[in-house]
Design a protein around this ligand. Sequence first.
Ligand SMILES: NC(=O)c1ccc[n+]([C@@H]2O[C@H](COP(=O)([O-])OP(=O)(O)OC[C@H]3O[C@@H](n4cnc5c(N)ncnc54)[C@H](OP(=O)(O)O)[C@@H]3O)[C@@H](O)[C@H]2O)c1
Length: 350
Amino acid sequence: MQDSPPFRLPNAIETEEALDELLTRPRAALVQFIASVRGPLLILGAGGKMGPSLTLLARRAAEAAQHPLEIIAVSRFSDPNARRWLEARGVQTLSCDLFDAEAVRKLPDAAEILYLVGQKFGTTQSPAGTWAANLLVPARIAERYPAARIVALSTGNVYPLAPVAHGGSVESDPLTPLGEYANATVGRERIFEFFSQRNGTRIVLLRLFYATDLRYGVLRDIAELIWARKPIDLANGHFNCIWQGDANDMVIRSLALATTPVAAFNLTSAEVFSVRTVATRLSQLLGKAVNFTGTESETALTANTAQLRAQLGDPATPLDTMLHWTADWVKRGGRNLGKPTHFEVRDGRY
Ligand SMILES: NC(=O)c1ccc[n+]([C@@H]2O[C@H](COP(=O)([O-])OP(=O)(O)OC[C@H]3O[C@@H](n4cnc5c(N)ncnc54)[C@H](OP(=O)(O)O)[C@@H]3O)[C@@H](O)[C@H]2O)c1
């Protein structure tokens, strides 16, 4: 194993290259952990917002550990740039529509799986597509890989809105959310759970709340509204979020938490943040006034992350650092993926 230089956070992130370098630079705990990952490691749904940086992070960690881990990024790659980006960095990719049962049967064998497949936006127009993506694909994968360790991304949307004063939903809370997308994600969890019970497959479910990487995310959305002098709706007045590099690091290290029966963990910041406080800080950093509409509701989608932090430690990137980076990025006109989080939604319609 090579000695990694100390992990220092930059004051500003000026380019996409710098952003990607930071998102894919492994920390010591990950380098140490990845040496124990047997592989092949399949990353399914690798063509979305998180997959490319997560895959390269795993790859760089294995290189730093001098561990010859076989990693394959699988997706339809509807965005060909994601595939090009991975291949240019030496990552093996495989184009596969995971709806296709025959194609799934032909996927390479794997000992470890990071499962990122999901569908959220467009649910109002095409609810059937959302249910199929979130339930059918997990069934195909769980059937295909009964002996693998699986980390399956889930979402905080599995919970209903809960009183902010309670400090965030905990893993044992009832999964009774509002809306078809959220209910389909409960279905995604239940399908994994079913196959784990049936086949003894070791699975961990990670209920992620808002990853943020400057090109997208709830902080970017709030900053963009301030920059465009648009009002910020306070009705959904509280949230959690996590730097995408920290989320990716914890997703990979969660392979160690894959068990039978299935375990579920909330994955996001230790603290619940107030939209009003975050927007006020961003407005200072951006040098622009902020306009609010509405008032904070007593409920919101928020998480208590004590359980996962007890296993993996706290996410490493502080909120104020993310706010500095975000404000600076927006001022520079840094790229926006054009995939807003719709953090203000309270009726479950996406
Ligand atoms: N990012 C967040 O803030 C956040 C928050 C909460 C939960 N999550 C969960 O974390 C996971 C990863 O997040 P993300 O933001 O990267 O999601 P994403 O951008 O939606 O990426 C998921 C990718 O899965 C792939 N996919 C969907 N159907 C497929 C199919 N039939 N066959 C093969 N690939 C398929 C798609 O890529 P192709 O078009 O290339 O197939 C899609 O881009 C998601 O499951 C989401 O539920 C994310």
